[in-house]
Write a protein that binds this ligand. Sequence first.
Ligand code: ZN
Ligand code: ZN
Length: 419
Amino acid sequence: MVTEPVASVLAGLETERPALEDLYRDLHTHPELPHQETRTAALVAQRLRTAGCEVHEGVGGTGIVGVLRNGDGPTVLMRADMDALPVREETGLPYASSVTATDETEAEVPVMHACGHDVHVTSLLGAVALYAAAKEAWAGSLVAVFQPAEEKADGADAMVAGGLLDLVEKPEVALAQHVLALPAGSVGTRMGPVLSAADSMRVTVFGRGGHGSMPHATVDPVVLAAMVVVRLQTVVSREVAPTAPAVLTVGSLHAGSKSNIIADRAVIELNVRSYDDGTRTHVLDAIKRIVVAECQASGSPREPEFELFDRYPLTDNDPDATAAVTAAFAAHFGEAAGELPLQSASEDFSRLPDAWGIPYSYWGLGGIDADLYRVAEAAGRIAQDIPSNHSPTFAPVLQPTLDTGVTALVVAGLAWLAR
Ligand code: ZN
Ligand code: ZN
């Protein structure tokens, strides 16, 4: 039923392709840190205007919203994130980034599109251009949201706080995609939980400082923190059901300044990933319970302090919306469409649909040369040989990645918008 509209909208891809490839290389060469996406936002706004969109700039800082109206019909929201990471690019690509920028701590850092958000921006601009050129094939409104600061977990919230819900009517559905270390040309959908909820926690435990030669007169926070770190390893392995995936990683541990001084505190930073609220609450509570008990066991003179930060919501795909996207992908992509494995990464995209209380579907997009991927897969060396997102060597192949990114948005959107 939707085959004809899909063919009509995709008819423009051939013409758009060279400009989209140029745009992608340009974005890749000029990555911007979270909340600093001003150049990207200006490029996006200009292209949205060219496509005939109503454009809202500066939504939640650098966020951009383009609305393409085409008569009565459903409203579909599509979201692309725009920010890059403080990573020094080592891809060796002719369009590699050599950009540096000042981060929020005033440090000069290298910047790279190491998460592939440049693919998302280019794909969404491509889809908008194709929809704009084939208005006879569909009806309704397309809301294209270009979000800042996904990597800081606060870009989607910033757009909601910046008035997004007042700028556009309530959409029927929200859609988003992410380029991943999967074969280029492939797309993968998943019902229910697809990306983990993430919570970072800063734990400060207190000792009593003193001379390294007189430990009996102190409470050593290094030993206390070491006990906490070891004991935390039992949370997932002993307290969470084997059927409920969860991760608890201590990523940072700081105490002391000199070999013969016993410090008065230790700071532990840890990260938790989970896929349901029950597991999430249990793990966070278990951390506090263990820290408090270890402090007591050590005779710590002060209650420990806990601070939660960089919190990402669970990405939990709506079954009906995802069934519609999955069917549309199967009809168009055939064998290149499949099930996306559960991802341990996290996203703040769902805060946009959750703010309206609307269903959403989020899918994965392959970005790795398919032959290279197959060789690594056959050798059982995907984790070793295929760079993943955030790696300095993560370099999606330009094609068929971009074509697939544009096509996936067109095909999925038409499941609602096809005339
Ligand atoms: Zn990322
Ligand atoms: Zn990302």
